[in-house]
Ligand binder design. Structure first.
Ligand SMILES: [Zn+2]
Length: 285
């Protein structure tokens, strides 16, 4: 998507005032911090807990300057989720990226912490995923995957959370919405290709199922769709997919109908099948 022009990184530097750059080196790990003059992010900390490993070298190949990437990507994520100068954007004192080994058998790629405790956020990145991303020695894939994962995690840092439906762990709709938004932002910022899209499924299946659907709605129904859906978190209480769709696009829209239109447009179902299913939905209403 061409939403963000190539001059953006240059504008970024105008706002980037690196005040302090501190390093704390040891043999096996190191920590660097960059304090930044920015409206929404105060400081970026990169902590490498596996400095003397092959995975660390691979990560460095993917992202030679993680601090700058996190800063510029935060801005892109904010622009994808919010209107310009939106007062709803949360300010984050510190974004900390920790590269570490999650241990044998872990299937976690990355995770974000400190949600409710403070204005600081930690993103932990699993070195096992770093190694897996470079299994085929495809440097371009490695870079896109690493940046894509961080874009997804940064969305969690800045997105608004739904109200009135429990929490991430207690409610599947909450979970699907939060993870779907993160993949939608990743998709709209160019870190997924069409081949990454999951076929079929349901809009409430989370991650790429929800994410590609939200991206499609942004590209086909309303360029501000994602910003409006993010804002629906505060206005649609209790939050629901259908309520949020109506908030974003209007009361004439129905989530099940839009989902069929999406599947049909993508070729996951035939137009005949879409028609039949649409009639079922109308009959059930
Ligand atoms: Zn996530």
């Amino acid at each position: 998507m061409k939403r963000f022009g190539s001059i953006y990184p240059f504008i970024l530097f105008l706002f980037l005032g690196i005040l302090v750059s501190a390093c704390d080196f040891s043999v096996d790990s190191y920590k660097r911090s960059v304090e930044i003059k920015n409206k929404y992010v105060g400081e970026i900390v990169f902590e490498n807990g596996v400095a003397a490993t092959r995975e660390s070298d691979i990560f460095n190949l993917a992202l030679p300057d993680p601090e700058l990437f996190l800063f510029s990507e935060s801005d892109r994520v904010i622009k994808t989720l919010y209107y310009r100068n939106d007062s709803l954007v949360p300010s984050v004192k510190t974004i900390r990226l920790l590269l570490k080994d999650f241990g044998e058998g872990s299937d976690i790629i990355a995770s974000k912490h400190n949600d409710y405790e403070s204005t600081s956020r930690t993103i932990e990145y699993n070195t096992r995923w770093v190694a897996y991303s470079f299994e085929k020695k495809d440097t371009a894939y490695l870079k896109a995957e690493t940046k894509g994962v961080l874009c997804h995690e940064l969305t969690h840092v800045f997105q608004l959370r739904p109200k009135g439906i429990g929490n991430y762990y207690s409610n599947k709709v909450y979970w699907a919405y939060v993870e779907g938004m993160a993949d939608a932002v990743r998709c709209l910022n160019g870190y997924f290709t069409e081949s990454d899209r999951k076929k079929g499924g349901n809009y409430a299946d989370g991650y790429r199922y929800t994410g590609f659907f939200f991206a499609w709605l942004t590209l086909n129904k309303d360029a501000d769709f994602l910003r409006k859906i993010n804002r629906s978190s505060l206005h649609v209480v209790p939050w629901s997919f259908d309520g949020a769709i109506k908030y974003a696009l209007g009361d004439q829209y129905n989530i099940d109908m839009l989902w069929l239109e999406y599947l049909s447009d993508k070729g996951d179902i035939t137009p005949e099948m879409a028609k039949k299913l649409e009639n079922n939905i109308r009959y059930a209403q």
